[in-house]
Design a protein around this ligand. Structure first.
Ligand code: ATP
Ligand code: MG
Length: 442
């Protein structure tokens, strides 16, 4: 086949046969967010480039190397969002949400765009579940968002994760730390990559998350920020640890975490997979960003949030064989033969669909044999055939494709009768499951 074009490198289609997995992860995450009082916010996929330069930071890898930036036909510089926080905070300010009761708690599912080298778990278009809690300075808020992320993984049945936390202090402690880092990296000036050389002057902390092997090795010996944080920041960090302990959330302190975006202050955290096939994969990252709301022109409000990479969550689940709920299947495929029967089938199926039954019928004008083959391949639970004979006798034979049993059902009132059969099937499955759970013989 000579296709006109193919999907853009680093993007991934999700096909109807697979999308139930994404839907399950997304609805679980949004359900947990709802329990925690985080309401969904939806913001545009593109924003003025300025927003990301200012918030993510113009010395970060994301801004310097990864953004999809272009001029639109009106000559404005536009960027496809590389992450969700900047847009959420922009919208919070623009819509005056700071006048509402605080904190404002928001959640989102978004696509993000970064020009990165595609590989397993790293795409150019990927999706995040994220939350932002704006207006809360207390470490209880940091603990709440961490607990929200932990609960999402828990509900999904994802195991072997570790939570790593750190504090990168406030701008005051950062001054001392930056000076110490600059001094350290000056001693390695000849070895740093070109981007990091430019960072040395403007923002030496960014060198710490450079992915180049040489820079990473030099970074490993650099002073750690925890040794430089002020009393207030230390107290905040201790308070966070206390909350996590009270919530029975295991954590380790990793003084190496600095996070790749400029807006973080105080708490930063990552949730990392320890499974064999996804060892070290960061599936959630976040922290506190007390300066960002003010930086974007709003009142000075503290805030925290995280972003969870949904492709990575799915990858971790699939490689560790974490079960997904079963894919839904067609309840009934109603095959038909003859003009009158074809129309009647369309009407019966339409009525069933109004009742919420997953019903289907023939759209390609195939033989009954071919229709039954199609029903088998697509995994329909029940099938029935309707033709002139059935219309005349007023009855159709319903076949359960799982056990091949059949029963005759009157055409008159078929809709209610079939719904009853489905309900009884569900009840018997539930009884079976309960009996197994409680070890009862039915
Ligand atoms: P990494 O260090 O892996 O590049 P990051 O620090 O750039 O991650 P964040 O900006 O914190 O990532 O984004 C939050 C989450 O989004 C990450 O923890 C990860 O799960 C996911 N993520 C980030 N970049 C990608 C990508 N290119 N493809 C898929 N998921 C991604
Ligand atoms: Mg990155």
């Amino acid at each position: 086949m000579e296709l006109v074009t193919r999907a853009i490198k680093g993007t991934k289609d999700v096909l109807p046969s697979e999308s139930y997995k994404n839907q399950y992860i997304e609805s679980t995450a949004m359900g947990v967010a709802d329990c925690f009082g985080y309401g969904e916010i939806r913001t545009p996929v593109f924003e003025h480039t300025e927003l990301f330069n200012r918030s993510v930071g113009d010395t970060t890898d994301v801004v310097q190397k990864e953004m999809y930036t272009f001029d639109d036909k009106g000559g404005r510089s536009i960027t496809l969002r590389p992450e969700g926080t900047a847009g959420a905070v922009r919208s919070f300010l623009e819509n005056g949400l700071f006048n509402e009761p605080l904190p404002q708690k928001m959640s989102y599912l978004t696509s993000c765009y970064r020009y990165e080298k595609p590989q397993s778990g790293r795409y150019r278009e990927f999706h995040q579940f994220g939350v932002e809690c704006i207006g809360a300075a207390d470490a209880a808020a940091d603990a709440e968002i961490i607990s929200l992320a932990v609960q999402v993984f828990d509900m999904l049945g994802v195991e072997n994760l570790s939570l790593e936390i750190n504090s990168i202090g406030c701008p005051e402690c950062r001054k001392k730390y930056t000076a110490a880092l600059r001094e350290y990296f000056e001693g390695h000036k000849g070895e740093l990559c070109e981007t990091c050389l430019s960072r040395l002057e403007r923002n030496p902390m960014r060198i710490l998350d450079c992915k180049s092997p040489v820079c990473s090795e030099i970074s490993a010996g650099a002073p750690v920020v925890l040794d430089y944080i002020c009393d207030d920041c230390r107290a905040h960090f201790e308070s966070l640890k206390g909350f996590l302990e009270a919530l029975e959330i295991d954590y380790t302190v990793n003084p190496q975490i600095v996070r790749g975006l400029d807006y973080y202050t105080r708490t930063v955290f990552e949730i990392i997979s320890n499974n064999k096939d996804t060892q070290g994969l960061v599936c959630c990252g976040g922290g506190r960003y007390d300066g960002l709301v003010g930086e974007l022109g709003g009142p000075s409000l503290p805030a925290c949030g995280f972003g969870m990479g949904l492709e990575r969550v799915r990858l971790i689940m699939e490689t560790a064989d974490v079960p997904f709920p079963e894919k839904t299947r067609t309840d009934l495929f109603l095959a038909s033969m003859g003009e009158k029967a074809n129309v009647l089938a369309a009407k019966i199926v339409s009525d069933l669909r109004f009742d919420g039954v997953r019903a289907d019928f023939e759209l390609c004008g195939r033989s009954v044999k071919a229709q039954m083959k199609f029903a088998g391949k697509t995994g329909a639970h029940y099938t029935a055939v309707i033709g002139d004979g059935e219309i005349e006798s007023g009855e159709i034979v319903l076949k359960n494709m799982d056990d091949s049993s059949t029963q005759t059902v009157p055409l008159e009132g078929f809709q209610e009768e079939f719904s009853n059969i489905l309900i009884q099937g569900v009840l018997s499955d539930m009884n079976q499951a309960n009996a197994e759970d409680f070890d009862i013989k039915l």
